[in-house]
Design a protein around this ligand. Structure first.
Ligand SMILES: N[C@@H](CCC(=O)N[C@@H](CS)C(=O)NCC(=O)O)C(=O)O
Length: 284
């Protein structure tokens, strides 16, 4: 620890940063300071209009939960092919993937039912696109719509603190840096408390209606309070957020949510994995 503190104190940033060594943290091998493709490869195309290229992380499951909810309501046009993008192997840097997401992050969607085809990247944008396309889970009246958009953007803005900040420094960084862990633990606890207070007298984030804002926030904060993400539930005292826990449990009990959580998940219990989804029968 003393050695670690000393190293941090001794580091004097150079005038111009250069990429001369890997950070050593988990996932370091896929981090680069430049964007764009690393190799040529086409994306596969399935039989449905909606082609999702993703992985079952919190950002990925937001979209598969919405698609399964839409299908549960009978929207046949929401049938989709979910292809696996293995980010650990750099599949997000293929030329085909970069064509639909220049930011090389899952999830990315291609809607082939439109002319020209519509590409959508950023999970929040995909949720809004699909909710508008099918007229579900996104209120049309201005006031609840603004409330829904506000909680959706709250989630989009907080994921980098929860994942990129807290998760990275608590679970993935090569050394435990007290300053960084304190900074992000403080912010993450504050964010969960924002949700907890809002949910004290609301069933869902905007009130009585279940929306895309719930799906997005559940994917990340539900993982915090129900699934010990980053193995930090005890550290963050997640159980103390009673309203968030009640809300997350209610969402998780929905059959469409259970299906959405299984898609593009090549890890975990073999009986429940659905690495790629092309048909409802893939869940059998
Ligand atoms: N703001 C983006 C974040 C997406 C994101 O960070 N995806 C991660 C997996 S959860 C990823 O693809 N990482 C690959 C990489 O960083 O190279 C969104 O919400 O869609």
């Amino acid at each position: 620890m003393a050695e670690q503190e000393q190293t941090e104190q001794e580091y004097v940033p150079p005038k111009v940063w250069t990429w001369d060594k890997e950070s050593g943290g988990r996932f370091a091998s896929i981090n680069r300071p430049i964007s764009g493709p690393t190799h040529d490869a086409e994306l596969p195309v399935g039989k449905h209009p909606l082609q999702l290229h993703s992985l079952g992380t919190p950002n990925g499951v937001k979209v598969t939960i919405l698609l399964e909810e839409l299908l549960a309501l009978g929207h046949e046009g929401a049938e989709y092919d979910a292809w696996l993008i293995n980010i650990g192997e750099g599949a997000q840097f293929s030329s085909g993937f970069v064509d639909i997401n220049p930011n090389s992050k899952i999830p990315a969607l291609l809607d082939r039912s439109t002319d020209p085809h519509t590409r959508v990247f950023e999970s929040g944008a995909i949720l809004v696109y699909l909710a508008e396309k099918f007229g579900e889970f996104f209120p049309t009246d201005a006031t609840p719509r603004a409330e829904c958009m506000s909680w959706l953007m709250f989630q989009m803005g907080s994921a980098p603190y929860l994942g990129g900040g807290f998760g990275h420094f608590y679970a993935y960084a090569p050394t435990k840096i007290e300053y960084a862990i304190n900074r992000y633990a403080m912010e993450v606890k504050r964010l969960i408390d924002v949700l907890d207070r809002n949910l004290a007298d609301r069933q869902f984030l905007i009130g009585d209606e279940y929306t895309i804002a719930d799906m997005a926030n559940y994917a990340w904060f539900g993982a915090c309070v129900l699934h010990n993400i980053y193995e930090a539930a005890e550290f963050l005292d997640a159980a103390s957020y009673k309203n968030v826990t009640r809300w997350a449990e209610e969402i998780e009990a929905r059959p469409a949510v259970a299906r959405g959580r299984r898609v593009n998940r090549p890890w975990g219990d073999e009986a429940t994995r659905v690495a790629e989804r092309h048909d409802a029968s893939d869940f059998d």
